[in-house]
Design a protein. Structure first.
Lengths: 110, 109
């Protein structure tokens, strides 16, 4: 299985964009990049996923590099409620299991 | 529309006791999962069910059993609880857009 590498923590100013990096240099052609977040010991919340193209929804944007070896999750206008642990996960298209790492603890400061 | 419902939310067990954690989803999903999360760590997959009538082991299945009762319900059973099973247990359902429950906080003393 492909693994991901994320920084352990990052700070962000309220109202600014938060850019969360993720490296997945061994990703295979049929593996999607998924992002989840977990707010203060609640259940993880699905944010977004993509294969090759950039994706956007009401929560965030996902930018995947052309070689697919890394990606960035963008929270366009971070709020205090976005403080959470963010998980980047790669997942094969034919396997719905998720393998969580330690994630990035994002703290949004006023 | 409740999504994924887990019961109970909190439980304290004595070593050696047994209990069943319940999970139900109302989204007509085929896939369901049980994860555990120890303090300061990411989630680890215990068991999963790709469809009604099938179950498979995940990363940390020892000490647990599961039952996919029907399409809606997926239960996790601890036959003889141990302190090492103190954790937060999350149930999830869904394939492309997984939805998680709010968790069961279990303490084994």
């Amino acid at each position: 299985d492909a693994k991901t590498t994320q920084p352990p923590s990052m700070d962000c100013a309220e109202g600014r964009a938060a850019n969360l990096p993720c490296n997945h240099s061994t990703i295979s052609g049929n593996e999607y990049v998924y992002w989840f977040r977990q707010i203060h010991s609640q259940g993880p919340q699905y944010i977004i996923h993509g294969l090759k193209n950039n994706e956007t929804n009401e929560m965030a944007s996902l930018i995947i590099t052309e070689d697919r070896k890394s990606s960035t999750l963008i929270l366009p206008h971070a709020t205090l409620r976005d403080t959470a642990v963010y998980y980047c996960i790669v997942r094969p298209s034919n396997d719905y299991k998720l393998s969580f790492g330690a994630g990035t603890t994002v703290t949004v400061r006023a | 529309n409740a999504g994924v419902t887990q019961t109970p939310k909190f439980q304290v067990l004595k070593t050696g006791q047994s209990m069943t954690l319940q999970c139900a989803q109302d989204m007509n999903h085929n896939s369901m999962y049980w994860y555990r999360q120890d303090p300061g760590m990411g989630l680890r997959l215990i068991y999963y069910s790709a469809s009604e009538g099938t179950t498979d082991k995940g990363e940390v299945p020892n000490g647990y059993n599961v039952s996919r009762l029907n399409k809606r319900e997926f239960s996790l059973r601890l036959e003889s609880a141990a302190p090492s099973q103190t954790s937060v247990y999350f149930c999830a359902s869904g394939g492309q857009w997984p939805t998680f429950g709010s968790g069961t906080r279990l303490t084994v003393v």
